[in-house]
Design a protein around this ligand. Structure first.
Ligand code: FES
Length: 105
């Protein structure tokens, strides 16, 4: 899914940020400065970042603007944050939002 990203020679003159080391549930994810956690996970083909309280159904990026809370993740052991509003940074350890581990679902 790297084709979703700005390339090294984008015809629009957009530039890609420097690569940063990020993990999701312990697995390395390719990410670049300036991306949101949700963008990096989408590019890595990660579609689900949490499950619903009832039924345990998968949820992930939906609105992309911070309104729906479907993209909740945890960062470095934090309470749940919205992946679509959280910029990546080097060394970030992102994990699925697990119900019962605190915070809203
Ligand atoms: S995708 Fe809706 S809040 Fe992040």
């Amino acid at each position: 899914m790297d084709d979703l990203r700005v390339g090294d020679e984008d015809p629009r003159g957009l530039t890609r940020g420097a690569p940063v080391d990020v993990t999701f549930d312990g697995e390395p994810v390719v990410a670049f400065e300036g991306e949101s956690v949700a963008a990096a996970l989408l590019a890595a083909d990660v579609r689900a970042t949490r499950t619903t309280r009832r039924g345990g159904r998968p949820r992930g990026l939906f609105c992309g603007i911070g309104a729906c809370h479907d993209c909740l993740v945890r960062v470095d052991g934090s309470g749940p944050v919205r992946a679509c509003l959280t910029p990546v940074r080097d060394g970030m350890a992102v994990t699925s939002h697990v119900l019962g581990a605190g915070g809203p679902a």
